[in-house]
Design a protein around this ligand. Structure first.
Ligand SMILES: CC(C)(COP(=O)(O)OP(=O)(O)OC[C@H]1O[C@@H](n2cnc3c(N)ncnc32)[C@H](O)[C@@H]1OP(=O)(O)O)[C@@H](O)C(=O)NCCC(=O)NCCS
Length: 137
């Protein structure tokens, strides 16, 4: 089931976020994403446990995906796409940023119709570039 995140979900969201970004907790004050008009924080719940989430901003038709994470045990089952679709309505223009070393995510986004429109050189602390990808429906 995919649903809006609630306060009780935040510890598990932090746990998942830290798998991708070791500064996740310091960068994100998750409370402020609950019941927000601008942020969307949706979770994937399987057997009463949170196994993935998506965090995005939504301003008019523009969506920016900040994080999309599915627990390793549940990847390649269609849940990443389901989470993505849960925040999209018609005519949305979607942007996101991904590390150039994250080949798995880049292939996933390509598969779902995203194109790379820009590269930010040395964007991350370890010198990785950031790819800016977009999809217009
Ligand atoms: C990237 C990620 C969210 C993908 O989620 P997922 O649940 O494994 O992907 P899905 O099973 O929903 O895949 C959806 C579609 O993409 C395809 N796909 C998935 N991974 C793919 C890959 N590495 N290469 C090509 N296609 C891929 C699937 O085959 C599926 O295709 P279909 O709709 O035609 O059947 C997941 O791997 C993840 O959480 N990775 C770690 C966190 C991360 O890097 N997040 C992105 C940066 S914020």
């Amino acid at each position: 089931m995919i649903r809006r995140a609630q306060i009780n979900d935040l510890n598990r969201i932090n746990e998942l976020g830290l798998l991708l970004d070791n500064a996740f907790t310091t960068k994100n004050e998750l409370n402020k994403y609950l019941d927000s008009d601008i942020y969307i924080l949706n979770v994937l719940e399987i057997d009463n446990l949170i196994q993935g989430f998506i965090l995005a901003t939504h301003l008019y038709e523009n969506i920016e995906i900040l994080y999309l994470i599915v627990d390793k045990d549940y990847q390649k089952c269609g849940y990443g796409k389901e989470l993505l679709n849960s925040i999209i309505t018609n005519n949305d223009h979607i942007l996101l940023e991904v590390r150039n070393s994250n080949e798995n995510a880049i292939s996933f986004y390509h598969h779902l119709g995203f194109n790379t429109i820009n590269i930010r050189k040395n964007y991350y602390d370890n010198g990785d570039d950031a790819l800016i990808m977009e999809r217009s429906i």
